[in-house]
Each structure stands twice: as structure tokens, then as C-alpha cells.
Design a protein around this ligand. Structure first.
Ligand code: DOR
Ligand code: ZN
Ligand code: ZN
Length: 423
């Protein structure tokens, strides 16, 4: 089926422009972009008042399969992506078993559903055990674009250095989920005012910053590429800024929760606001925002981390960390960054499309004639209230329930097929 999208404002994250154009999709590809396009027999979508952008590319998602299908399956996670305007996801290997072999990488890819492009990130160490390196070359050949031990970050500098050397030769980045294990224990919140108020131990910001500094230095020394996952503190932003200035191959991401919320959210939302790394202070939130504005922070991701209702109903200190994000990331980003005047629309879209795609070397995240037809149509000004009961993800764990946001996904197209349409 050919699709002709009429009268959309095309948000181009590469050119940094917004301009009214028609878009013609034929045979899974973008056949033409221009004014007053015609196409006999095509399905015509009148997108007046809407923006068209490349389908979002979320490079930090937990799909939970295999092993934790009660939290999410690859299929339910892909459906959530489609509803959120996301057409490509890179999923983390902290499943059971851990994604640490080429067979498992292939298995996850084959289960991709709803037309979503799924790129499995493979583990750095066997079983995320932090001791033995996986086979980077075989994992890459199977389709893994990067290596990460995600929330069980490699504590040994020796192993990280070896991983950077191995992955670096293959042009693969290592994704580092920075927190020093000894400093953070299994604690629930940021160390500071809120942890003291609650009388519980906390996760200090320096636990993140130490590891970010270690991995930045190892990237400089090895010449390999490191990517710092969901930056949450002012000092981490500054570390990345300085190492970028020195020409080191370092990139980083953050999530809507870190530029929207602060640690105080724990007091109102309890375990729903528990996430690793934890929500921080207002000063950190402002620094993350500034990092996005000046380009120090390359990408916005979700760290979509579904958990069951029962798990999140446990007391704060016993509930698992993480929140879902695929169905709310565009709205939260537009609300906090674009509508508040901090970033232009193309700049926000770039941080959610072409820039994350580039980090993983994926040919995604742009809208070009001849390129694949992955698109999101959204109304940047439509207001709505986040209602977790309507999520198609199995996870309903979000602190953003009841939040009024501005920016709504109307339709998502992947490889030329309509994979989500509102209503
Ligand atoms: O909050 C988090 N949730 N942080 C992690 O590092 C892991 C993730 C999960 O898998 O639930
Ligand atoms: Zn995480
Ligand atoms: Zn994660």
C-alpha cells in the first residue's frame, strides 16, 4: 500500500528545519518529498496541523524477553514503541538468560514485532558476571550494535579496558551504566536530603561520576568509543563535556525523568519514582537540561523498564528500580524541552532520532528520498493527560500518571506500513 501524507510540517533533524511538505511512501521507502504531490491509488493522510518526523530511535529499552515475560514481552514492548512513535529500539541484555551469545542475539531479533526494528545490545561479560569477556566479534556478526552490562556495570577497570580494546577494533561502542556498586548497594534513592528525611541509605552522585570518569579516561587511553548511559548528575554532564572538548570518542544519553523530575518525586510517588541511577537534585536536573541544550548530551532515551504491579507495590526499599517510558517519551520531551523554550523542535527530534542512531551506527533516524519509510506523525500542541491504564506495555510503572503533557502521537509508520494510528 502506498501512502501519501499531505500538508505535514516536516521536522528535519539533520537540516534543523521545519517546513510544510507532502511525503509519498512507496514500497517501504520514501519515494518523494515535496509540495502538492499526487499519487493515484495511494492512501491519503491529511496531516494538516501535524508534524512528520523520522520514527524515533530509542537506544535504551528493556524488553524483558527471555525470562521475564510477566513484565514485558518483545511483542508487548514493540507495541508500546509503536504507540510512542518509536520505530527502532535497542534492547538491553539483562534478561534470563543474559543476551551474551550470537544465538540469543538472533533469537531476540527474530521476535521483533509490529514492524519495529529491534537491535539487541549484547552483554560485555558472560552472564553479566563482570569476569569473562563475551565474543564481541561474533555478537556483532549476529547483529548486536553495541555491548553493555546495563544495570550491573562492570566494576573491574581491567575488564572494561579489555572490552573497549576488543569492541573498539570492531567499531562497536561500549555502553556504560555508571554506578560504583560498592557505593550504591541496593539502595532506593539519591543520597541527600530525601534519603535523610526517610532515614534510609542513599546512592551518592559520586558513584555515577567516578565510573563516568573512569570510562572516559579509558576511552581516551584506548581510542575506543564509550557511551555513558542515562546521565543524571551535574558532574557527569561536565565530565562528558570536558572529554568531548579533548576530542575523546565519548557520547551520552539521558531520559525524560532526569530533566523533568527531582528526588522529591519519591515523596509523592514512592516506588514508582525509584530508578537507577536515582532522580537527583534541582541543580542536577538543570545541568542535564543545559547538557541537552549545548549538545553535550547527545540522545534522549527511555530506559523503558517495565515491572509488574505487584513488584512496584512493595515498600520503597524492596521494590525494583525502573519506570516505563516508550509511550510517554515524546510528549515528556516536547513538554519539558520544546514547550518551555529550551530547545527547538528539530533539536529535540534530533536527540530522539538521528543522534542516537549514529551512536550505534544504525542507518535510521532520518527522512530522505530513497530511505526507509519510518515516520512518526504527531501534533506538538495537543494536550493530554498520561493514563497508565491505557498503556499497551505490560508495565504500568510510571511516576507520570496524571501528568498533563503537550505533544501527541497520531500515527507511526515503519517500513511504509502503518503500525499505529490514534483512536
Ligand atoms: O532502573 C533501572 N532499571 N535501572 C537499571 O539499571 C536496570 C533497569 C531494569 O532492568 O529494571
Ligand atoms: Zn538503567
Ligand atoms: Zn537500562
Amino acid at each position: 500500500m502506498n501512502i501519501l501524507i499531505k500538508n505535514a510540517v516536516l521536522v528535519d533533524p539533520v537540516e534543523g528545519t521545519e517546513r510544510q511538505e507532502d511525503i509519498l511512501i512507496q514500497n517501504e521507502r520514501i519515494a518523494a518529498i515535496g509540495t502538492c504531490l499526487q499519487a493515484d491509488g495511494a492512501q491519503v493522510i491529511d496531516a494538516a496541523g501535524c508534524c512528520a518526523a523520522p520514527g524515533l530511535v530509542d537506544i535504551h529499552v528493556h524488553l524483558r524477553e527471555p525470562g521475564f515475560e510477566y513484565k514485558e514481552t518483545i511483542a508487548s514492548g514493540c507495541a508500546a514503541a509503536a504507540r510512542g512513535g518509536v520505530t527502532s529500539v535497542a534492547c538491553m541484555p539483562n534478561t534470563r538468560p543474559v543476551i551474551d551469545t550470537p544465538e540469543l542475539v538472533r533469537m531476540v531479533r527474530e521476535k521483533a514485532a509490529c514492524g519495529i526494528h529491534v537491535f539487541p545490545i549484547a552483554a560485555v561479560s558472560v552472564g553479566q558476571g563482570g569476569e569473562t569477556l563475551t565474543d564481541a566479534s561474533a555478537l556483532k556478526a549476529a547483529g548486536a550494535p553495541a555491548l553493555s552490562d546495563d544495570g550491573v556495570p562492570v566494576q573491574s577497570a581491567l575488564l572494561v579496558r579489555q572490552a573497549l580494546l576488543a569492541a573498539g577494533q570492531l567499531g562497536m561502542p561500549v555502553l556504560s551504566h555508571c554506578e560504583d556498586a560498592g557505593l550504591v548497594g541496593n539502595y532506593a534513592v539519591n543520597e541527600g536530603e530525601i534519603s535523610r528525611k526517610l532515614g534510609i541509605p542513599g546512592r551518592p552522585a559520586v558513584a555515577e561520576e567516578l565510573m563516568a570518569m573512569r570510562d572516559a579516561m579509558l576511552a581516551e587511553e584506548t581510542g575506543a568509543s564509550v557511551h555513558i548511559c542515562h546521565v543524571s548528575t551535574a558532574n557527569t554532564v561536565e565530565i562528558v563535556r570536558q572529554f568531548k572538548r579533548r576530542g575523546v570518542s565519548i557520547t551520552c544519553e539521558t531520559c525524560p525523568q532526569y530533566f523533568t523530575l527531582t528526588q522529591e518525586a519519591i515523596l509523592t510517588h514512592g516506588a514508582m519514582a525509584r530508578v537507577n541511577p536515582p532522580l537527583r537534585t534541582e541543580r542536577d536536573r538543570a545541568a542535564v537540561l543545559e547538557g541537552l541544550r549545548d549538545g553535550t548530551i547527545d540522545a534522549i532515551v527511555t530506559d523503558h523498564a517495565p515491572h509488574s504491579a505487584e513488584e512496584k507495590a512493595r515498600p520503597l526499599t524492596e521494590a525494583p528500580s525502573g519506570m516505563v517510558g516508550l509511550e510517554t517519551s515524546l510528549a515528556l520531551s516536547l513538554t519539558a524541552l520544546y514547550h518551555k523554550g529550551h530547545m527547538s523542535l528539530p533539536a529535540v527530534i534530533a536527540a530522539m532520532t538521528v543522534k542516537p542512531a549514529k551512536i550505534l551506527g544504525l542507518s535510521k533516524g532520518t527522512l530522505q528520498v530513497g530511505g526507509s519509510a519510518d515516520l512518526v506523525l504527531f501534533n506538538p500542541d495537543e494536550e493530554w493527560v498520561i493514563d497508565p491504564a491505557r498503556f499497551v506495555s505490560k508495565g504500568r510503572n510510571t511516576p507520570f500518571g496524571g501528568f498533563k503533557v503537550k505533544g501527541k502521537v497520531n500515527a507511526t509508520i515503519a517500513d511504509g506500513a502503518m503500525i499505529y494510528r490514534e483512536g
